[in-house]
Write a protein of this length. Sequence first.
Length: 226
Amino acid sequence: MQHDNAIELGANTARRWFLSRKIEPTIIDYLYFGSTIAQKHWFVAHNYAAAILTDDKKFLPAIFINQACSTSTTILNLIAKDLELGVYEVGFGLMADRCSNGPHTIWPNPLGPGGQPEREDWNMDNFAGTPRHRAYMVQTAENVAADYGFTKEECDAVVLRRFEQYQEALANDRAFQKRYIFPPEVTVNKKTKKLLEEDEGWTPTTAEGLAKLKPQYPNGVLSFGA
């Protein structure tokens, strides 16, 4: 999926979903578009996604929401309130992001040494914390574990249980997953696209394998496997 613009992939997939169920996307009255990591055309991403979704058959009002890891829950909350207030009849939340190949941004800095620009890697720099509180997300998890006395063994047990549940979701030719997953059509190369029917790249997990992994931080509880 690293070749595709998340705005376009999200909107095209949503349109395919509507049409596969014989629903005309123009039924939507208002669109909430959510994204965290910049893509090309991000400045007008909500309008761009709306145009793709309706194939320009209707002007669809839209708003852009960016709330980092809580973008999706924020949009669901906003739509629920709008519907309860009777603002419109049909709201649609479209959330699309891509972490792979995140953008590298440079910012003009006339006061920098030799006019050297400031720079930012959207993924790695922001995963390392906010400008006021520089701490990786895993450090926050370690802080919580320390406050509540969680052990590495307990964390490993949760990971193992989640892996077992994932295997259950793959049973009977992915019967459980097919209840809610709609495959996107992704770019393989300039000439080829394919439907991404299932997850790729997940790692088999065992209790023995998790037990061998050391915590990422000294005296911590979270290994790479957790």
